[in-house]
Design a protein around this ligand. Structure first.
Ligand code: PXP
Length: 241
């Protein structure tokens, strides 16, 4: 069964709404871990719009499970990662004007640049995952960079309606199977919620699901501990009850 990585970015979004110190995403990470999360993810954006550099250093100190740092493939972010030493770095594309990460990383054609980043991070004992679309060419290119992991973008599935929902789920299944076959460890995430996660969690060979916005949204009403436990129940049993 897939494990759960809780993305805590939006605790920091709430903090930034007032520019103060609460709610503290580091406290959120500890609560999510107590509730059973298998890992914590945070995205240090270049504009630090939610998570900031200080959070990342604190998360590294506090996380008792596994800390996954999402970051752009830039020299500045690589040097922060090498200094912080998260357990994993997930490389994502980043556009300043986007509300959230929009598409997967375009790896094909950039294998040389990306493999240098993968090598630098791996030399520092940081596992590397590339966040990519459910696309065979991108998967093959990711394998060529030397990354051990990929995170398959589930956002197209999450946003699809009607018949497309089914075809996007099939596309995810094929992508996960193919990535596993070429030897990659496969994570998945983006746009997953309490309604659409069970079908993804049922796909064989997904190591970890990274889920943020829906867990933090639910936490506003039921508390973070309950929200994490509820998502674990969805992953493990297919429903909330
Ligand atoms: N995985 C990646 C690579 C992401 O960029 C994000 C969003 O930061 C997530 C997972 C979590 O997405 P959501 O907040 O929609 O659950």
């Amino acid at each position: 069964m897939a494990t759960l990585g809780v993305n805590i970015d939006h605790i920091a979004t709430l903090r930034q709404a007032r520019g103060g110190v609460e709610p503290n995403p580091v406290h959120g990470a500890a609560i999510a871990e107590v509730a059973g999360a298998h890992g914590i993810t945070a995205h240090l954006r270049e504009d630090s719009r939610h998570i900031n550099e200080h959070d990342v250093y604190m998360l590294k100190q506090v996380c008792a499970t596994s800390f996954n740092l999402e970051m752009a493939a830039t020299p500045e972010m690589v040097s922060i990662a090498v200094d912080v030493r998260p357990n994993m770095a997930t490389i994502v594309p980043e556009k300043r004007e986007e509300k959230t990460t929009e598409g997967g990383l375009l790896v094909r054609g950039r294998e040389k640049d990306l493999s240098e980043i993968v090598e630098k991070l791996a030399e520092n004992n940081i596992m590397v995952s590339l966040f990519i679309d459910p696309d065979f060419d991108q998967i093959k290119a990711a394998a060529r960079t030397g990354a051990t992991h990929v995170e398959i973008h589930t956002g197209y599935y999450a946003n699809a309606k009607g018949r497309e929902h089914k075809s996007e789920l099939e596309r995810l299944k094929d992508a996960v199977a193919f990535a596993h076959k070429v030897g990659l460890i496969v994570n998945a995430g983006h746009g997953l919620n309490y309604q659409n996660t069970a079908a993804v969690a049922a796909i064989e060979n997904i190591a970890e699901l990274n889920i943020g916005h829906s867990i933090i949204s639910r936490a506003v009403f039921v508390g973070l501990e309950n929200a994490v436990k509820d998502m674990l129940r969805v992953i493990n049993t297919g429903s909330l009850v």
